[in-house]
Design a protein around this ligand. Sequence first.
Ligand code: GLY
Ligand code: MN
Ligand code: MN
Length: 432
Amino acid sequence: MTDLDHQQRGHLAALDAAYARVLDAEGYDGVLLYSGHPARHFADDQHASFAAYGHFMHWTGLSGLAHSWLLVRPGQAPALYFHAPDDFWHLPARLPDEAWVDHFRVEARDEVVPPALPPGRFAALGDIDPAIAAALEAELNPRSLVTRLDELRVRKSPYEVACLREANRRALAGHLAARAAFLDGAGELDCQLAYLGAARSRESDLPYPNIVGINAHGGVLHYQHHDSDAPARRRSLLLDGGHRYRGYCADITRTWSGPDADPAFAPLVEGVTALQRRLIAALRPGVSYVELHERMHAGLGALLAEHGLIRCSAASAVTAGITRAFCPHGLGHLLGLQVHDPGGRVAADGTALPPPAKHPALRLTRELEAGMVVTMEPGLYIIPMLLDRFRHHRDIDWSRVDGLAEHGGIRIEDNVLITDHGPVNLTLHDTE
Ligand code: GLY
Ligand code: MN
Ligand code: MN
């Protein structure tokens, strides 16, 4: 057994106990988790890419296993019904040769319908077809149970942290290769191909579509294309790229200055990086993430003033909403089996914690606790549709702002574990 196998054994034992406690509290005899299935393109025989349901992955880590079911009952080995039909068009699914499989009672099946449930009160969770759900003697996706199970994913076990660290290691290799390709003259598509090659991942296995924005594309927050030609002038590359390891996601962003960058751009990248490091240093149990997000805005105001993009104080820029026009997204979010992991906007007891009205995009509004893994991703962008409403604001130096518009934006994003002894950055390695 490897160290990871041992850690995973502890993870599964803790899940057995936690599910028994939650099911007892909610009055269920068991829960049936459905892994899900890929969507089929309308009137076509092709399918979209697929990722399994988070609670199914919490036990199995199998992000690509569709049409499969897991029955969890306190005091019994969880039963994994995995879909492996005889098929000469596709390679039937096989469970990996890993120690964790022994924790389960495993049954390979060729039907997609759920297994028969024993007598008792059961819940069924997942993206279950309504016709199939109607035939099940189970409550479908009861909110209170789902919220409690979400909460089990908020604090990561040592096994989960090890997986997140490995996903980060692989993603960072992709980032460094993409940066080298960019500096060597590559356009977006070739940066992406360099990333995939070094990270050793096919595109459809990534936890989200990589964002590869050269120049002004870096200012489109979820820019979705990969231009195949390199632009004549290369000012900047913003790459938000991930990886998935045993289900667990990395979510890393780097911004690089190109050979044709305005001299003002690289110091701004350094400024955002320094701000991010300061915010990471403040991560510890008991800290309010909303407060950290507000601290990010104060820091962005100071950065805009220091670099001459605004003429007013940092505090005035925050009050006037200028910093929000430069950064409309949140400081970060919980990370785990999903890039935007659940549980970020509810307290541990299930009370809703909606984001402040001024920061509707903030995905994490709770107090930090040891075991949480969060992203830290301050950004600073030139987004014309947001900045235009300040076009006549005398506190903005438009000649400087417009001079940077073709650089798009800056985001620096790392994945950080909160511990009682301070933050542990899972992204940074000696190679950077
Ligand atoms: N890659 C998506 C995000 O950073 O939240
Ligand atoms: Mn993120
Ligand atoms: Mn990201």
